[in-house]
Every structure is written in structure tokens, then in C-alpha cells.
Design a protein around this ligand. Structure first.
Ligand code: SF4
Length: 325
């Protein structure tokens, strides 16, 4: 495998929350460790509250890390001040979940897409900026003459194209896509996914693709990271993950993907993951998935499983993955 572009080492993200009379610490991400390689898409999956978005924001230093390191070009981003971080932002960009609310309604599309150029490439003349913007708009499927219009004149899919143009105009090495299609109609989702894949082919950009939709993850991602209550459960190649998921939570997620069975329309109800996600303010002892796992043993209550490598390089955090039926 090629040399890592970005390394995340033991990254933890904590939030202070007020609960009654006392302040509590919500551990959104604990000990995340993985690498991102040039030109690859790493999918991050898990149910709501598993820490996916916090992980993405922490990588970009939009929220502080409680512990750990994010190594980019030999530099630990966690040690940088906002001013020191600025030159690195050119290479690390974000595409948001809700394209409409992520665009400033008072700015024209041209101003939105051109803003990163004004901040990071001030040496460009306005003619050069306009040319770069027009080219970028065409690459994402927008007409250059749309630059004078405002976001509220566009559909959700078009707004996401504007968002992607803004993220890509600096030719970044990494984009974090935080549920980039979940707010869009199903028919538009495929268009945006295809656009991201085309841009990756053209530019070699690496992506961290956060989603709860496993069908989209399967289509988009080379590798998959599964998170539960802020912890890594499994990480490995996408093909292996979908054909041979090892962790009980990965298996349950894949089994729970709704499929259309016309003979038995309620069949998917047999495959729901039982139980509620525990509060991240009070996670279970031992394995955090044990309260919903059909294979839990007393060892799972007492001891937290570490990530263990399988022969193919997949890492799995489960005491029993080698012996499960
Ligand atoms: S460690 Fe135990 S509780 Fe956790 S996933 Fe494995 S079998 Fe289930």
C-alpha cells in the first residue's frame, strides 16, 4: 500500500455538557487510529451519535482534540494555533451534510466559490480568479453564468455542487465529506456520488466519506471504518467488509440494510439491530457494544477488546470474532 497521506493516532474528542448541577464529559471519539492513503476513499459508518462527524471535524481542527495526534505533512495539526493552521486548510477541505444551510445566503455563488481563492491565493488577479471559478463550476456541472445568482435560487443538488466546487477549487489533497448526500433526494444522491468519484479520478483527491448509508458507502469507498459509541469496531478493505464482516456490529449493520422483498414486504423488520444505543455519557463497561450483542460473555462485560489484525489486514475489536459462527 502507498505511503500514508494523513495519520490519525489515538485521537479523542470530548465535549463538556451540563447535566443538572454537574458538568459531565461526553466522550464523542476515543482512541481513533488510522491512516488515509493518496487517492483513496475511507468510509466512516455507524449509527447517529457514534462519533463520525466529530471525528471528521477534529481532523480538520474545527473542534479541538482532547488527546491524540493528526499527522499531516510531518506536522501534528493538534499542536497548531488557528493562525498556524491556516496554510494547511488549503489542502484539507470539507463538504457539509446540508448544502443549503452551509452556503451563505447573502453571498453570490461566485463569491462563495471564489472565497477560498481570495483567502489562500491572494496573488491571483480578479481575471485569473474568475477564470478558475468558471472552470470549477463547469467541472461540477454548473454553468459559469450562474455565478451571479444566490443559493436560494438553486435546488439542494445544485447547492451541493456549489459546496463541492468551493471545497475543490484549491485542489486539496483531502476532503472530508460529512453525509454529503443524506439531505438529498435519492435520484440526486447518485449524481453527487458520481461527481465526487469523477473528481477523485481527475485529481487524485483522498476522501473521508461519512455516512450511515451502507449502500452508498459500498459504492464510494475503498476501505471502511465502523464506529460505535465513539470507538473503532472494525476497519478494513471495503470488499472484505461487505463480503465477510467480522465484528458483530458490522454484521448487524449490513444485515439491517433495507432490501425490497415484494413477497414479504415486512421482511426487513426481522433484521433490525435490537436495543437502544447507550448514552455516551455513561457507556457500558468492557465492550461498548455488549448491551446489544447476541454473543456477549462475562469477558465482554469486564474487558474492553483491543483492535486485532486479521490475516488480510482488517482490524477488529471483539473478543470473539475468530470463533463466531
Ligand atoms: S467483544 Fe463481546 S460484546 Fe463485544 S462485540 Fe465481541 S462478542 Fe460482542
Amino acid at each position: 500500500m502507498s505511503k500514508a497521506l494523513l495519520k490519525v493516532e489515538n485521537l479523542s474528542v470530548h465535549y463538556k455538557v451540563s447535566g443538572g448541577h454537574r458538568k459531565q464529559v461526553l466522550k464523542a471519539v476515543t482512541d481513533a487510529t488510522f491512516e488515509l492513503h493518496p487517492g483513496e476513499t475511507l468510509g466512516v459508518v455507524g449509527e447517529t451519535g457514534c462519533g463520525k462527524s466529530s471525528l471528521g471535524k477534529a481532523i480538520l481542527q474545527l473542534i479541538p482534540a482532547a488527546n491524540g495526534r493528526i499527522i499531516w505533512q510531518g506536522q501534528d495539526l493538534c499542536t497548531l494555533s488557528p493562525a498556524q493552521m491556516k496554510p494547511y486548510r488549503k489542502d484539507l477541505q470539507l463538504v457539509f451534510q446540508d448544502p443549503i444551510s452551509s452556503l451563505n445566503p447573502r453571498m453570490t455563488v461566485g463569491e462563495i466559490i471564489g472565497e477560498p481563492l481570495r483567502v489562500h491565493s491572494p496573488q491571483l488577479s480578479s481575471t485569473q480568479r474568475s477564470a478558475a471559478m468558471a472552470e470549477m463550476m463547469e467541472r461540477v456541472g454548473l454553468l459559469p453564468e450562474m455565478a451571479r445568482r444566490y443559493p436560494n435560487e438553486f435546488s439542494g443538488g445544485q447547492c451541493q455542487r456549489i459546496s463541492i466546487a468551493r471545497a475543490m477549487i484549491l485542489n486539496p489533497s483531502v476532503i472530508i465529506c460529512d453525509e454529503p448526500v443524506s439531505a438529498l433526494d435519492v435520484s440526486i444522491q447518485a449524481q453527487i456520488c458520481n461527481l465526487l468519484r469523477a473528481l477523485q479520478r481527475e485529481t487524485g483527491v483522498s476522501m473521508v466519506f461519512i455516512s450511515h448509508d451502507l449502500s452508498i458507502i459500498r459504492y464510494m469507498c475503498h476501505r471502511v471504518l465502523v464506529m460505535y459509541l465513539g470507538r473503532m469496531m472494525e476497519i478494513g478493505a471495503g470488499k472484505t467488509f461487505f463480503s465477510q464482516p467480522r465484528h458483530p456490529y458490522s454484521r448487524a449493520l449490513i444485515k439491517a440494510v433495507p432490501t425490497v422483498d415484494f413477497d414479504n414486504p415486512s421482511a426487513y423488520l426481522d433484521n433490525v439491530i435490537e436495543g437502544e444505543i447507550p448514552s455516551p455519557l455513561n457507556p457500558p463497561s468492557g465492550c461498548v457494544f455488549r448491551t446489544r450483542c447476541a454473543h456477549a460473555t462475562p469477558q465482554c462485560v469486564q474487558t474492553r477488546p483491543e483492535l486485532e489484525p486479521a490475516d488480510d489486514g482488517t482490524l477488529i475489536a471483539c473478543h470473539r470474532w475468530r470463533t463466531l459462527p
